[in-house]
Write a protein that binds this ligand. Structure first.
Ligand code: PLP
Length: 348
């Protein structure tokens, strides 16, 4: 029997998200997945594991609400921001009927999640300056229930104009939810849009502990929105999305000491980013784009050749779909120095 033929048509057609992990590679400098170089210590009790976890552990919800400056009713926690993306799609989009809209170059999971759910994708590329093409978005809103905007955007690294975010929220009022993906906002918190939740019931914001909080392996993320949206998502979320040890570790990360450490580490990484940016900018033919997350998008004269040379020498970066661009995660100073020195020597 042909098991392949049993699978849903859209699953058979699906190209899975090519995560940095799936792409493989071997070496000792890993700057391809926007992970943090800080391996922080946590304590796990190892108790309570005979019982199911709480669906939305109150201590964790309260801690994140306090960090975000919101009410606990405006916070939902899930297995990473990625699960938040999927929950939003499953909550708001009728398969085969509704659409999501997103603006490449941007994060790949919006499209992949929609595809697995059988939801249409409308693609309105960013303008040449990597800002929203609002007139084109307005033209495309028919059947759209969710508009995904990543701020700061991955992989370009730039911030989306605040004015445009507000215009988009106005434009979609009573029509669609605007989902702002703030996975990297902790590196530049002054650009957050959480204050807009008070004015716009059609706003949802995604957050994660994977980047600035250095907990990519924990799988813990958040959706920030008004209670109506949160309550709808709670109807769709699996019953036990937060493993007990995840709750324990996430609460430590969000304690006063945890937050202080996160702040210290993001400042440290921002200094390394400035070091990398300055060093790369000095090389002939290299263009480094301003970045507000823990990564830099950089254009090289021959990105394919450079990427392979780096790869062969154990420096694993991420090739971006943007012409001749490579995305470099900001590692510790030693990793940044090693990477910069290698690139400098290759381009010499
Ligand atoms: C890393 C990343 C995510 C996923 O975050 P997780 O919490 O690890 O699932 C979501 N959006 C963007 C833009 C990211 O770069």
């Amino acid at each position: 029997m042909n098991i392949e033929a049993l699978a849903r048509e859209n699953v058979r057609q699906l190209t899975p998200y090519l995560s940095a992990r799936r792409l493989g590679g071997s070496g000792d400098v890993w700057l391809n997945a926007n992970e943090s170089p800080f391996d922080n210590d946590y304590t796990v009790s190892g108790n309570r594991l005979n019982r199911y976890s709480t669906c939305q552990p109150q201590a964790l919800i309260d801690a994140y609400a306090s960090y975000a400056g919101l009410q606990s009713e405006q916070v939902l926690t899930s297995r990473g921001a990625d699960e938040g993306i999927e929950l939003l799609i499953r909550t708001f989009c009728e398969p085969g009927q509704d659409s999501i809209l997103f603006c490449p170059p941007t994060y790949g999971m919006y499209g992949v999640s929609a595809e697995t759910c059988g939801v249409n994708r409308k693609i309105v590329p960013l303008r040449d300056d990597w800002q929203l093409d609002l007139p084109a978005i307005e033209q495309s809103l028919d059947t759209v229930k969710l508009v995904f905007v990543c701020n700061p955007n991955n992989p370009t690294g730039n911030l989306i104009e605040r004015r445009d975010i507000e215009r988009l929220l106005e434009m979609t009022k009573d029509k669609a939810i605007v989902v702002l993906d703030e996975a990297y906002i902790d590196f530049h918190l002054e650009a957050t849009s959480t204050d807009l939740l008070a004015r716009y019931p059609n706003l949802a914001i995604l957050r994660t502990l994977s980047k600035a909080f250095a907990l990519a392996g924990l799988r813990c993320g958040f959706t920030l929105a008004n209670p109506t949206i949160i309550d709808l998502m709670l109807k769709v979320i699996p019953p036990y999305p937060v493993p007990v040890p995840v709750e324990e570790i996430a609460c430590q990360a969000l304690s006063a000491a945890g937050l202080a450490r996160m702040k210290f580490q993001t400042l440290d990484l921002s200094a390394n980013r400035a070091y990398l940016q300055a060093g790369l900018s000095m090389l002939p033919g290299v263009e480094v784009f301003d970045g507000y997350g823990n990564f830099l998008l950089t254009r090289f004269p021959d990105a394919d050749a450079l990427f392979s040379a780096l790869w062969d020498n154990g420096i694993i970066l991420r090739r971006s779909p943007i012409e001749n661009c490579i995305r470099l995660s900001v590692g510790n100073r030693e990793e940044c120095e090693k990477t910069l020195a290698f690139i400098r020597q290759q381009l010499a």
